[in-house]
Design a binder for this molecule. Structure first.
Ligand SMILES: Nc1ncnc2c1ncn2[C@@H]1O[C@H](COP(=O)(O)OP(=O)(O)OP(=O)(O)O)[C@@H](O)[C@H]1O
Ligand SMILES: Nc1ccn([C@H]2C[C@H](O)[C@@H](COP(=O)(O)O)O2)c(=O)n1
Length: 231
């Protein structure tokens, strides 16, 4: 090492993709916290722009109406994994974006190419400015947003496991209805033309069905450390 200077770990870019309820957010936040990286929830950004469309009475069934205003809202994501934030035009929307009104419309809004172009640009800029590196989670991070990521992980889990996790979270929500809604959203997200939900060819697939959250976190931390060591 030159002049005995302490070697700092090189910045590392991690892409975590997968269907709803596979554990992307929980895993990404914990991995980023453990490794001192930034964290970006890209689903929250698509939810935030959907919230703005709903609040501004934009016709969600009309892609050209969505495209015409896609550049208007200012979406700001805070990337501290211990306290991630999301605002639209300065308003904290972290709670309303999780509601049914947004969840049932987000696939339609996020399928519009102009929306994706706008949000993808934000995501790339946040990743480029992350000093120590970043964990970015979503649906198209490994395939489209950050195709040169150091590590790509694709999380999966059975529909039953995902529905049970979500029903537990929603305090007793009907597990069959939750399962049906997850499958419907995954189908919409996987079948859109522009950057659909997909596993990148070079992603490591981790089936979380029979793993605890802690086991998944440990698995991804190990994968990141291996990549870092090889840099
Ligand atoms: N391996 C696991 N075992 C048990 N529960 C888990 C596991 N992974 C995540 N969970 C729980 O499942 C729920 C969904 O997890 P999380 O929000 O991280 O998934 P997600 O993939 O980000 O979902 P979405 O894409 O819908 O935002 C949370 O309550 C989380 O605590
Ligand atoms: N990279 C991404 C992230 C999310 N979306 C869309 C599709 C999802 O149904 C929706 C909400 O995501 P969640 O909060 O459930 O992770 O946002 C996308 O198209 N691309």
């Amino acid at each position: 090492m030159e002049n005995g200077a302490a070697r700092t770990a090189p910045a590392v870019i991690v892409a975590i993709d997968g269907p709803s309820g596979t554990g992307k957010s929980s895993t990404s936040k914990a991995v980023a916290t453990h490794l001192g990286l930034s964290y970006l929830d890209t689903g929250a950004q698509y939810r935030a722009i959907t919230w703005w469309m709903v609040n501004n009475n934009i016709d969600i069934t009309d892609p050209s109406a969505i495209a015409a205003v896609a550049g208007k809202p200012e979406i700001v994501s805070g990337t501290d994994p211990s306290a991630p934030t999301i605002t639209v035009d300065g308003v904290d929307v972290s709670v309303p974006i999780r509601g049914q009104e947004v969840t049932s419309r987000v696939s339609a809004v996020s399928a519009v190419p102009e929306v994706r172009a706008r949000i993808t640009e934000l995501q790339r800029s946040l990743a480029a400015s992350a000093r120590t590196g970043i964990v970015v989670e979503g649906r198209d991070i490994g395939t489209t947003v950050l195709p040169d990521a150091d590590l790509k992980v694709f999380l999966t889990a059975s529909a039953e496991a995902r529905a049970a996790r979500r029903s537990g979270e929603l305090k007793g929500a009907d597990v069959h209805a939750t399962r049906a809604a997850l499958i419907q959203r995954d189908a919409a997200d996987s079948s859109r033309k522009t950057s659909p939900l997909a596993k990148a060819d070079d992603a490591v697939e981790v089936d979380t069905t029979d793993l605890t959250l802690q086991q998944v976190i440990e698995c991804v931390v190990t994968l990141v450390e291996e990549k870092r060591a090889a840099k």
